[in-house]
Design a protein around this ligand. Structure first.
Ligand code: FES
Ligand code: MG
Length: 592
């Protein structure tokens, strides 16, 4: 039911219904009549609602939004609004060279211009594939008109020979088998294809499921909206409800800044640990927060999130997939478990339905405690991130919940020095260098090697590449060494289960500590103390830095497109959300 409302002057009326300026009104109005809209409609005082369409043939993870938008329209019209669907720059995680993350800020900029410059009173943000979610939330944060997110939903579970095959995760697993000769190229392709059985986004707890869950955790989706699989009937139904709800949000003037508060971000950090969320989450949430002028950094992620246990048993950390997550109760069931243990920091935080997250979720049932564990019997304890620091970088994230038993025994079980290890650096300058040299026997890597990937931060590799999780060479895999410690200034796919040290900031390309490491250097990583250091003295380190700068600084490949060059000239580091630095000062621009 539509809530009763007092008519008020809508933002869109400045364009379409401004008798004080008939000339401009006529110009703004007439072209929108040319496909059948009537003047009566556009001057009826009904809210005009944008549908920010991220789906297209180029972005298959979000393509189902083209269908869902029809239900969103129905909902908007039913509630007394007028829908205007418009395209968003596509961001396909798996299809974009050199990497989809480069386009997050481009889509953000585009959305800001559309929301600011056109007669829109509210907007439905169609989210899904990894970077589409933060791009949409960042844009809504900057403009600050009423906004609601609609997830496209995960794909159905993938199956191969009776086993669940999860997006991305199956690639990492099967490429090991391909390398060792256990399966051939065709078998490899078939197994990977089985993980994509329907429309929707990655069915694992990768960056997509993470960011869609966190959009709900932040209060920006209707309750339960994150986990419904794309082809399920409930997905179309919640699309309709989302369209209806945004119209009321316009009348209530419920804006992103009312919902995405510091309290909402603190809730989201706790929920991220409980779901086993991706290491990309701190980048994106820190970015959204910056566009709202809310202080949030990686110390907050460790302080608020590290001790929270892992409840959601999804790949890559666990065994299940998206359909199972939805059937067990999705985000509301996770929140209910946290609330029972009194671990949700702010149950009173407001959400898009006008109620608090606590009210929305307190009675949500956990329908499968094997998929969503109870707080007292979690999958893993302390599932959040550690924020490491030292002479290698000011901040780097490690997801401790994906450390395997094999890895823990080899590196973290010295009783005299728990949670710490030392090793010898092998440095790679970008993914191409790694692929060329990793199998070269001259490197003579062994279990004491630490693989370093640099030149892959926001500036070195525009957008920061997802390449830090490096596979050991075939000769070590054959000896049963499945993971070496990896460290780098790039990112890692959320679908990868490697315990890498990621997102190191500042990156090598701005002559950060990683630019000074040399192969053969001894490194010490101490998870207890939260430190990562090259074991050389400060003088030697300073000398290396002086020499590097004298030689012109760390070298990285030239830009290939105009946007790469533009973004490089103004992008910040991963710990600060990789935002466009000049954009941050533009706050709540629809109100100016
Ligand atoms: Fe699009 Fe994973 S590649 S959601
Ligand atoms: Mg990814």
């Amino acid at each position: 039911m539509t809530t009763s409302h007092t008519p008020k002057k809508l933002r869109s009326q400045e364009w379409f219904d401004n008798p004080d300026n008939p000339g401009m009104t006529a110009l703004y109005l007439e072209r929108y009549l040319n496909y059948g809209l009537t003047r009566a409609e556009l001057q009826s005082g009904k809210p005009i609602i944008g549908i920010a369409q991220t789906g297209s043939d180029l972005s298959p993870c979000n393509r189902h939004h083209i269908e869902l938008a029809k239900r969103v329209r129905d909902g908007i019209i039913a509630a007394g609004g007028i829908p205007f669907e418009f395209p968003v720059h596509p961001i396909q995680e798996t299809g974009k060279r050199p990497g989809a993350a480069l386009d997050r800020n481009l889509a953000y900029l585009g959305l800001v211009e559309v929301l600011f410059g056109y007669p829109l009173d509210g907007v439905v943000l169609t989210i899904g594939c990894d970077k589409t979610t933060p791009a949409m939330l960042m844009g809504a944060a900057t403009v600050n008109i009423p906004a609601i997110a609609l997830s496209v939903g995960p794909m159905l579970n993938g199956w191969h020979r009776g086993e669940r095959t999860g997006s991305g995760t199956i690639v990492w697993k099967s490429r090991e088998k391909l390398t060792s000769g256990e399966i051939n190229y065709d078998q490899f392709m078939d197994i990977v294809a089985s993980s994509a059985p329907s429309v929707g986004y990655c069915n694992t707890m990768g960056t997509a499921t993470t960011m869609n869950s966190l959009a709900e955790a932040l209060g920006m989706e209707l309750p339960g909206g994150a986990a419904i699989p794309a082809p399920y009937r409930e997905r179309g139904q919640i699309a309709y409800d989302t369209g209806k709800r945004i119209v009321d949000m316009v009348w209530e003037d419920l804006k992103p800044s009312d919902i995405m508060t510091r309290a909402a971000f603190e809730n989201a950090i706790v929920i991220n640990s409980a779901i086993g969320g991706s290491t990309n989450a701190p980048i994106h949430l820190n970015a959204i927060a910056r566009h709202l002028d809310i202080p949030l950094d990686n110390d907050d992620w460790q302080a608020i999130g590290h001790d929270v246990p892992l409840l959601v048993n999804l790949q890559p950390a666990g065994e299940y997939l998206g359909e199972d997550y939805h059937r067990a109760g999705g985000v509301p069931a996770v929140v209910a478990e946290l609330m029972k243990a009194r671990k949700l920091p702010h149950p009173g935080a407001l959400t898009v339905n006008g109620q608090s997250i606590g009210t929305n979720c307190e009675n949500a049932e956990n329908l499968n405690t094997d998929v969503i564990k109870t707080y007292d019997a979690p999958l893993k304890k302390k599932a959040g991130f550690i924020n490491l620091k030292g002479n290698l970088f000011d901040s780097a994230i490690m997801k401790t919940s994906v450390i395997s038993e094999e890895f823990r025994e080899r590196y973290l079980s010295n009783p005299d020095d728990p949670e710490a290890f030392e090793g010898i650096a092998e440095v790679f300058d970008g993914p191409e260098d790694y692929h060329h040299r990793i199998d070269d026997p001259k490197l003579a890597l062994n279990e004491n090697s630490i693989l370093i990937m640099r030149g892959t931060g926001p500036i070195g590799y525009p957008g920061a590449a997802e390449v830090v999780n490096m596979q050991p060479p075939a000769y070590l895999l054959k000896k049963g060494i499945h993971a070496l410690p990896c460290l780098g200034d790039g990112r890692q796919s959320g679908t990868s289960g490697s315990p890498s040290i990621l997102n190191a900031s500042p990156e090598a390309a701005v002559n950060g500590g990683l630019a000074l490491v040399r192969s053969g250097d001894h490194l010490r990583i101490d998870l207890n103390k939260g430190t990562a250091n090259i074991l050389i003295d400060d003088e030697e380190l300073q000398k290396r830095k002086d020499d590097l700068i004298a030689a012109g600084g760390y070298k990285y490949p030239a830009s290939q497109t105009p946007w790469q060059e533009i973004q490089r000239s103004m992008v910040g580091q991963l710990d600060e959300g990789m935002v466009l630095k000049p954009a941050v000062k533009y706050q709540r621009v629809a109100q100016t």
